[in-house]
Design a protein around this ligand. Sequence first.
Ligand code: IPM
Ligand code: MG
Length: 350
Amino acid sequence: MKICVLPGDGIGPEITAQAVRVLQALGLKMEMEEALLGGCAVDAAGDPYPEATRKLAQEADAVLLGAVGGPQWDNNPRELRPERGLLGIRKHLGLFANLRPAVLYPELANASTLKPEVVAGLDILIVRELTGDIYFGQPRGIEVRNGEKVGFNTMIYSESEIRRIAKVAFEAARRRSKKVCSVDKMNVLECTQLWRDVVISVAPEYPDVELTHMLVDNAAMQLVRNPKQFDVMVTGNMFGDILSDEASMLTGSIGMLPSASLDANNKGLYEPCHGSAPDIAGKGVANPLATILSAAMMLRYTFSMEEAAQRIENAVKKVLAQGYRTGDIFEPGMKKVGTREMGDAVLAAL
Ligand code: IPM
Ligand code: MG
C-alpha cells in the first residue's frame, strides 16, 4: 500500500500529521511518502503541482491531502495559485468522482445552526463530478470586446462524462437507501438538459434505485428546509462545489467532513472538505477529525478494508461520546482539546 501524503498549506500539516498517526497505529504494511502541493509548492518549486509531486502521486495507490491555499498567494497569477495545484492533481489523476458524505453525529446535533429535529439522523452523500464542467471547459478567459473587458467560461459535459458519474451515484445508492436525486438547471442551461437526459438513460440499469430530479436552486433550499429527504445527490462540478459546502454545515461543522475523489479504478485522493483555515494555522487548535475520517474512506474505497475503516470511524464516534471537542465543535461542559490531543484521543480509542 503506497500512500502519497500532501500536507499542503495552513492547518494542512497539523491535521494530516494526526491522520498519519492513526493510519500507522493500525499496524498495516503501508509506505508513506510526503510531497508538496499548493502554496508551499509555489514557494519551494515555483509550481503548485511540481513534477516531483506528480510522479509520487501517479505512482501511489492513494493520496492523502490536507488543504491548500492562503492569503499570501491571493494576488498570484492564476497559474501560481494554490488552487491550481488541487485542480491539477484532480485532472492529472482522472479523479472524476467526488464523494462527500454529510453525516450528523448525534453528539453534535446542537452544533448545527438548524433545529436538532431537522438534522437528527442526517446521512446524505453528495456525488460531485470533479474533472469537467465550467471548471475546465474551454474557451475561457478575460478579453476586450467592443472596447470593454468581458469574462467568459464554458459549461460543458459529454455524454460519457455524465454517464460514468451517474453510475457511481447509482452504485453508491445501492449500498445505502437506494435513492438518487440528480441536480441540474435544465430549465435554463442546455448543458444540464443533456445531464438530465443522460442520467435518465442510465436509470433502467438500476431498477432497484429510485431516481428523482431537482433544479439546483430548489435543491439548495430543500437542503436547509428538509435535508433528510435526500439519500444520494448527484450533480456537476460547480453545483456540487456549492451544495457540498451547504450540506456540510447541516452537520454543525465543516471540520467533521471527509471526502474521496476516485478514478475509474478506485485510486483515490482523500481530503477533508474544509479549507486551509489560515486564521488558525500553526496554533494547534484545528479539528483533525475530517482528515482522520478521510483516511478511513481511503481504507474503504481504495484498499477495500472495510473493517479497518470502521475501526477508525468507531474510534471517532467514541471520542465524541467521551466529550472531546476541538474549538469548532465545542460546547460548554465538554473537554476542549487541541489538534494533537484529539489525535491522542482517537489513538487511545483505537
Ligand atoms: C473544493 C474547493 C475547491 C473547488 C477549490 C479550493 C479549488 O472549494 O474542493 O470544494 O472549488 O473544487
Ligand atoms: Mg468547495
